[in-house]
Design a binder for this molecule. Structure first.
Ligand SMILES: O=C(O)CCC(=O)c1ccccc1C(=O)O
Ligand SMILES: [Mg+2]
Length: 328
C-alpha cells in the first residue's frame, strides 16, 4: 500500500522554562505527520524528539522528513534506521491509525474530571514552586506526583521535600498518595545514597527514585536497588528500545520509565513489554494530543503487570496547544 506523506513542524512554549539537571528547556519543537492511504483513510502521527535524552534531535528528525518522498510505502515505514527512534514511533503510529479498522478504547481515561486524574502522575514545578503546585494538582484530582531533584543545593531540596511530604500526609488522611523523585541522572553516588536513606525514612510515600545516576552507571544503580527499600526506576538508561533490551539482558528487573514517543517502533515496544512482563511507567515527552493519543492506545495493549500511574499530568506546564487542524 502507498500513502501520501505530509508533515508540519510545530512549536509549543513552556509557561516557565523547565529546569532539569540537564539544563533549561523553553520550547518544545516537534513534527505532526499525516498519512493518506490509497483508500482515502487518514492517519496522524507525531515526532517529538528529545536530543538531550538520547533520541535524535528535532533537526535530525526534520531533515529525515524533508528527504522523504511525497508518497511512501509500508516498506519506508518499517525500514527507518534505529538512530531515528522518534521518527520510527511517529510514522508507525500514523500508519497504524491509517490502516487499522477497529478503534481502540484506552484503559486510561482522557476525560478531564478529577476522578480520571487518579491514574495520572502530576509533574510538580521545580524548587519551592512544588508546594503551591501540589495544592493545585491535588484539587484537580492527582494522587501521584513527581518532583525533580538535583536542581537546587541538596539541603534546600531536602527541606522542600520534608514540607511537601507533610502537606501530602495532611491532605490525604488515609487515602494513598505517592511521590516520585526524578534526579535525571544528576546525583553522585553519595548523594543518591543520602536521598535513598531519607526516602526510606518517609514511610512508604516515596514510590521511587528515578534515574539517580548517569546512563553509564547501571551497575551502581542495580546495587542501590538492593540496599534500600525505596525502589529505583530507570529513565534515561531506557530511553530507546535497544537500551531497554540491553539493561534487561544485564539483569534489570526493576521499574522502566517508558517514553514511547522516543522509544522507537510501537509494535516492537509492545512485544518487548508483554514478553518480559516489564514493570512499566508510561511517561510523556511533552508531546501534543496527537502523540499522546498514540501512546495511550499503545499503553492499553500492554498488559500492566504492576499498574502504576502514567506520567502524563504535564499539560499545566505548557501553553495551550494551538489548533493542530489548522496546520493544514
Ligand atoms: O514522567 C513524567 O511523569 C513526566 C514527564 C517527565 O518527567 C519528562 C518529560 C520530558 C523529558 C524528561 C522527563 C523525565 O522524566 O525526566
Ligand atoms: Mg525522568
Amino acid at each position: 500500500m502507498n500513502y501520501k506523506f505530509e508533515f508540519r513542524p510545530y512549536q509549543r512554549k513552556f509557561k516557565r522554562p523547565l529546569q532539569t539537571s540537564h539544563g533549561t528547556w523553553e520550547i518544545r519543537e516537534g513534527i505532526i505527520l499525516r498519512l493518506t492511504a490509497d483508500n482515502g483513510k487518514i492517519g496522524l502521527g507525531e515526532i517529538a524528539p528529545i536530543g538531550w535524552f538520547g533520541s535524535e534531535t528535532f533537526l535530525e528528525a526534520l531533515d529525515y522528513c524533508r528527504n522523504l518522498p511525497d508518497v511512501i510505502s509500508d516498506r519506508t515505514i518499517f525500514s527507518i534506521p534505529p538512530n531515528l527512534p522518534a521518527c520510527q514511533f511517529g510514522l508507525e503510529s500514523a500508519w497504524e491509525s491509517a490502516t487499522l479498522k477497529t478503534q481502540f478504547k484506552s484503559a486510561f481515561s482522557e476525560d478531564k474530571t478529577p476522578a480520571s486524574k487518579s491514574n495520572y502522575s502530576g509533574l510538580l514545578p521545580g524548587g519551592e514552586g512544588a508546594l503551591l503546585g501540589r495544592q493545585i494538582l491535588w484539587m484537580q484530582g492527582y494522587r501521584t506526583f513527581k518532583w525533580k531533584i538535583g536542581v537546587l543545593p541538596f539541603q534546600r531540596e531536602v527541606r522542600i521535600l520534608q514540607e511537601l511530604v507533610l502537606a501530602l500526609q495532611e491532605a490525604t488522611g488515609d487515602q494513598s498518595v505517592f511521590l516520585r523523585l526524578d534526579a535525571n541522572g544528576g546525583l553522585s553516588l553519595t548523594e543518591a545514597e543520602e536521598w535513598l536513606q531519607i526516602c526510606d525514612q518517609l514511610g512508604g510515600i516515596i514510590e521511587y527514585l528515578e534515574q539517580p545516576l548517569s546512563v553509564t552507571e547501571l551497575e551502581a544503580m542495580m546495587e542501590l536497588g538492593t540496599r534500600f527499600s525505596t525502589a529505583i526506576a530507570l529513565d534515561e538508561s531506557v530511553a530507546t528500545l535497544p537500551q531497554m533490551q540491553s539493561v534487561y539482558r544485564q539483569g534489570w528487573r526493576g521499574i522502566y520509565v517508558i517514553k514511547p514517543c522516543i522509544a522507537g517502533s510501537p509494535s516492537e515496544l509492545r512485544q518487548f513489554c508483554n514478553l518480559n512482563k516489564i514493570d512499566a511507567v508510561f511517561s510523556s515527552v511533552f508531546e501534543t494530543e496527537i502523540g499522546r493519543k498514540s501512546v495511550l492506545k499503545l499503553a492499553a495493549t500492554i498488559q500492566n503487570y504492576c499498574p502504576r500511574a502514567i506520567g502524563f499530568g504535564v499539560d499545566h506546564l505548557l501553553e495551550a496547544e494551538k489548533d493542530l487542524e489548522l496546520l493544514w
